[in-house]
Design a protein around this ligand. Structure first.
Ligand code: SF4
Length: 387
């Protein structure tokens, strides 16, 4: 293990994070896509060197969990052979690119993603860990609510624009200039002190009143944002979710035997390319009305060392009581790793029980304290009474 730096958060393959169930190794598939062989490789590596569990993250990455110290270096070898590794941790950290999963062959999205990744690999930009890019260049935007700081999108007329997150409008751009402008926005962010402001994010920087320079500003209104993407059949394949964003190695291997490739998404789902039949497995979410889509829960105890309680059994027990359109977030501590935003109901484990927050996040003021998980399961109307 001495060959690698272990950070306390934001793991990569080259910077694993130590969790309660061992090392978490995050893989960033190039262009948000892995072919079927790579999918099977991830399944094999998770079974061989991890605890067999695979996370789909909200940054459209894949995490292999429960890796032992002894298993880490052989796992890295396997990832290198499958074409997943970057040359160094800095490059890996910079290559933070979300790609719409709804691209079609020849529409230019993949080449744009490859060009952006190459430019980030070649650059020396020292960006904050969470700083990222989104390529959301379909007719309607699907990544509008996903975390990104620089966005390549289309305007209302269908022309390409580059927009700083937090800015109302983007700058119209020729296809050949899109990546250059995206990197120029990132360079401006650093040069204008954005890395030190707020949480080192573009939208916070712009909200603080810093004005984009003329060359990076535009007046093009982004295309409309599409409603949330739900599991089901699409022309590109089947969008499948994972219960709590987690798959077993055997489920992934089974899918890899049937799909041509996987496109990752920030919704804890993957688009199984070319699949025309809805797969069935207890750890998959395949129906748009599945109650599992209404709940979010972090790893919790015993997998996370910071957790004050188990989270997923409680969330699963409460799922049927959550109204369609509402969301329950159960967090093992106030850090809120699984969901940084607001939820209809947030339960945060503390040393003394669960705090209940209504229409807020783990950082907001609770309306109830010290609830026991068992009492909430016994009388889930405590959730409704607070609404
Ligand atoms: S929110 Fe807290 S308990 Fe949950 S995974 Fe993050 S650090 Fe662990």
């Amino acid at each position: 293990m001495s060959a690698v730096a272990i950070k306390g958060w934001c793991p990569g393959a080259l910077r694993p994070m130590l969790s309660g169930d061992g090392l978490v190794v995050r893989v960033r598939p190039h262009g948000g896509r892995l072919d079927a062989r790579q999918g099977a490789d991830i399944a094999d590596l998770a079974e061989c060197y991890g605890n067999g569990l695979i996370d789909l993250t909200t940054r459209a990455n894949i995490q292999i969990r429960g890796v032992s110290n002894d298993g880490y270096l052989p796992l890295l070898d396997g990832l290198a052979q499958s074409g997943f590794l970057d040359p160094d941790p800095e490059t890996e950290g910079r290559r933070n690119v979300l790609v719409t999963p709804f691209w079609c062959t020849g529409d230019g999205t993949c080449s744009l993603a490859a060009e952006l990744e190459r430019a980030l690999t070649d650059s020396v930009l020292d960006l904050p860990a969470k700083f990222g890019f989104a390529i959301d260049d379909g007719k309607a935007r699907v990544l509008a609510t996903a975390s990104a700081d620089v966005r390549i999108e289309r305007d209302l007329e269908g022309e390409l624009i580059v927009r700083a997150d937090g800015a109302e409008f983007g700058r119209s751009v020729a296809r050949s200039d899109a990546v250059t402008l995206a990197l120029a926005l990132a360079e401006w962010f650093i040069a204008s002190g954005g890395a030190g402001s707020g949480r080192g994010r573009m939208a916070a920087h712009i909200r603080s009143g810093v004005r984009l320079p003329e060359a990076l500003r535009g007046d093009a209104e982004p295309a409309r944002a599409r409603a949330a993407s739900l599991p089901g059949l699409y022309s590109q394949g089947v969008l499948v979710g994972a219960v709590f964003g987690q798959l077993t190695h055997s489920t992934l291997r089974d899918l890899a035997g049937r799909a041509q490739a996987f496109r990752t998404t920030p919704w804890r789902m993957m688009l199984a390319e070319g699949l025309r039949e809805i797969p069935q497995s207890p750890d998959l979410v395949v129906r748009p009305d599945d109650p599992a889509l209404r709940i979010v829960a972090c790893s919790g105890a015993p997998r996370c060392r910071d957790a004050h309680a188990e989270t997923r059994p409680l969330a699963a027990a409460l799922a049927p009581h959550i109204a369609p359109g509402a969301r329950l977030h159960v967090s093992g501590c106030a850090k809120g790793c699984a969901h940084s935003g607001s939820a209809s109901i947030t339960l945060v484990a503390t040393r003394d029980g669960f705090d209940l927050i209504r229409d807020g996040s783990t950082r907001d003021m609770p309306v109830r304290h010290n609830l026991s998980g068992a009492s909430i399961i016994e009388d889930p109307s405590v959730l409704a009474r607070m609404r």
